[in-house]
Ligand binder design. Structure first.
Ligand SMILES: Nc1nc2c(ncn2[C@@H]2O[C@H](COP(=O)(O)OP(=O)(O)OP(=O)(O)O)[C@@H](O)[C@H]2O)c(=O)[nH]1
Length: 585
């Protein structure tokens, strides 16, 4: 177990905090104490756990450590305890502690040969493990480590194919890490050897040798020799298997690496080679060496698996020694253990079939959902397009309606040819002006002389333009303070506010002169330049607020008729003013 712990990292930088009497200082002091406990591998005491009560995350870390420190004699009872700690980590969203707890659970399950539990728990972290470095620490569960554990669990469970897959996952993880690559290769060699795929094993073994030679990995050289020995054993070449086991022993001794687990491994390989060659006494010797080495070591990867292997080897040995009774007893034991494992394996198969079915259904559901989403989005697209199109059509229709309404309004309110106010509109405005004012004003009705001749001379279209130009001219002269409208064909009506009768007659005279001048200046395309002098007769009627528009216009028409009867270019006037005071409004 590593002696480094993150909690001690920042402590040297914060001496004041450590000496102060604040809750934060307490926290750091206790963290320090906790870190030193890990470093010295002292048991986490209940007192320490109690002292850590105000700091639940640190306390949970200490609880996990305490769990890990206990010898796994009461598995799986204590397993439940660990599950509870994991639940706390999960509820508080402390993912690293959760992963570390799962790792402890997996390690314990592997030791007890409970490979299925191990596999199921590793699956729990695969989605959440973020740390991938092999050095991510013992207080976490890096994904690379999880894959290797998965490969081991499947191998010991007897599924070398699945094991191989996880070896390859593991190998692909950190290709730049020489040790990890070597471990991945070993993992693959083990699976291929188990499956008897020697054609694949040999090149892989030589690749492994090249790899470790390139990095000077002396430990791995021992491993390579052990792996080669295992391959030859599987092939039935016991002599070469013995040679490579001896080579492994030599390399380990040469590199001062001869420690328990390896002594156990090469003794086991030599025992198997001796059994293969039916060298009974030699096999018994290696058997003893193997047992001695096993006693020295506590770090055999999977004690449960090794236990079965040992039983198998011992049974074979006893068989060769013709001690059939004991051999049979051992075989029965192996059979029941294997039966247990097979049960586990079958359960696992059922589980994976079940999870595969779920994944398949999930997949088809997702595909269906994707299709639905696709067609839904396509429908939505069409719907949106139709909505936009309808909106555009409606908008265009609305604009058309507004336009037509305005046209209708304009035709009603304004004269369509000249743009002046229509007769009724002009008269009602003039009436309003008159009634609003106290002073009388004048209304003028004028009629263009001999317009019939202009029509005849120019034709109706050009005569229209003459009318338009005349309207523009009169509007300009009358000014914006007064109202002017088209009364009928070539007749115009306008008012002169605040003008007495004489002023209005004067204005009409000036208007006649101005028209003559205007026409004389007119040139080019202007229609006024193309006709003879235009003159008009006018009727000027003075009125006030009391007179009705009908009376005014009736008088205007009478006066106009009189003017015409006198010839052309005449003006006639009359007054409807009673000379009494008008009331405003
Ligand atoms: N081009 C055109 N001619 C119009 C329009 N309205 C009326 N007229 C013409 O104006 C002429 C009016 O004829 P009359 O009422 O006899 O009057 P006039 O020819 O001006 O003769 P007096 O008014 O008696 O001098 C007719 O020929 C109408 O066709 C119009 O909007 N456009």
């Amino acid at each position: 177990m590593s002696t480094q712990h993150a909690a001690s990292g920042g402590l040297q930088e914060l001496p004041e905090i450590l000496t102060s009497q604040t809750p934060v200082a307490d926290y750091y002091r206790l963290s320090l104490q906790f870190a030193s406990k890990i470093a010295e591998a002292e048991p986490v005491t209940d007192e320490l756990l109690e002292a850590l009560t105000p700091y639940p995350r640190v306390q949970l870390e200490a609880r996990l450590l305490q769990w890990a420190q206990h010898t796994p004699t009461t598995y799986p009872k204590r397993n439940l305890q660990l599950q509870q700690l994991l639940e706390v980590a999960k509820q508080n969203n402390w993912p690293r502690l959760e992963r570390w707890g799962i790792r402890l659970l997996v390690e314990r399950a592997m030791v007890h040969g409970d490979y299925m539990t191990a596999i199921m728990n590793i699956q729990r972290i695969v989605g959440s493990a973020s740390a991938i470095q092999p050095s991510a620490g013992v207080f976490d569960y890096p994904l690379s480590r999880a894959y290797l554990d998965m490969a081991d669990a499947f191998f010991y469970l007897g599924d070398a194919g699945m094991s191989l897959e996880f070896c390859q996952f593991y190998k692909q993880f950190l290709t730049h890490d020489a040790h990890q690559m070597a471990q991945g290769m070993k993992c693959e060699i083990r699976a291929y050897t188990h499956n008897g795929a020697y054609r694949t094993v040999w090149p892989l073994l030589s690749e492994f040798n090249q790899h470790i030679a390139g990095f000077g990995l002396s430990k791995e050289r021992v491993e390579a020799a052990l792996a080669a020995s295992r391959v030859y054993l599987h092939k039935g070449d016991y002599r070469l298997a013995e040679e490579f086991a001896k080579e492994a022993k030599f390399l380990a001794r040469h590199n001062q690496l001869e420690f328990g687990p390896w002594r156990y491994r090469y003794a086991q390989l030599r025992l198997e080679a001796a059994l293969g060659r039916k060298q009974v006494s030699l096999a018994r010797e290696f058997w003893q060496q193997m047992l001695n080495a096993y006693g020295e070591t506590t770090t055999v990867t999977s004690p449960a698996y090794e236990h079965v292997r040992q039983l198998e080897l011992e049974a074979t040995l006893l068989g060769l020694e013709q001690n059939y009774q004991q051999a049979n007893a051992l075989y029965r034991q192996i059979h029941s253990l294997e039966h247990e494992q097979k049960k586990q394996f079958r359960l696992l198969e059922q589980l994976s079939a079940f999870t595969n079915e779920i994944s398949r259904q999930q997949l088809s559901f997702l595909q269906l959902q994707a299709q639905l989403n696709k067609s839904q989005s396509r429908n939505m697209k069409y719907l949106a397009m139709a909505a936009v199109l309808t909106a555009v059509i409606l908008l265009l229709m609305l604009l058309r309606v507004v336009y037509l309404k305005r046209r209708i309004e304009q035709n009603v309110v304004y004269d369509g040819l000249t743009g002046l106010d229509a007769r009724w509109f002009a008269l009602s405005k003039i009436q309003r002006k008159l009634t609003r004012r106290a002073e009388p004003g004048c209304v003028v009705l004028l009629d263009i002389d001999h317009f019939k001749d202009i029509n005849r001379q120019l034709g109706p279209c050009k005569a229209d333009k003459v009318l338009i130009e005349l309207a523009r001219f009169f509007k300009y002269e009358v000014g914006t303070n007064n109202i002017i409208g088209r009364y009928a064909g070539e007749q115009f009506v306008f008012n002169l506010s605040n003008s007495l009768l004489d002023d209005a007659i004067g204005f009409v005279d000036k208007l006649k002169q101005a028209l003559a001048q205007h026409q004389s200046k007119a040139a080019g395309p202007l229609s006024l330049a193309n006709v003879g002098p235009i003159r008009f007769c006018a009727a000027v009627v003075e009125a006030d607020c009391k007179t009705s528009m009908d009376d005014i216009m009736e008088l205007c028409e009478q006066q106009l008729k009189k003017a015409k009867s006198r010839g052309r270019n005449q003006t006639r006037s009359a007054s409807l003013v009673c000379r009494a005071k008008c009331q405003n409004g």
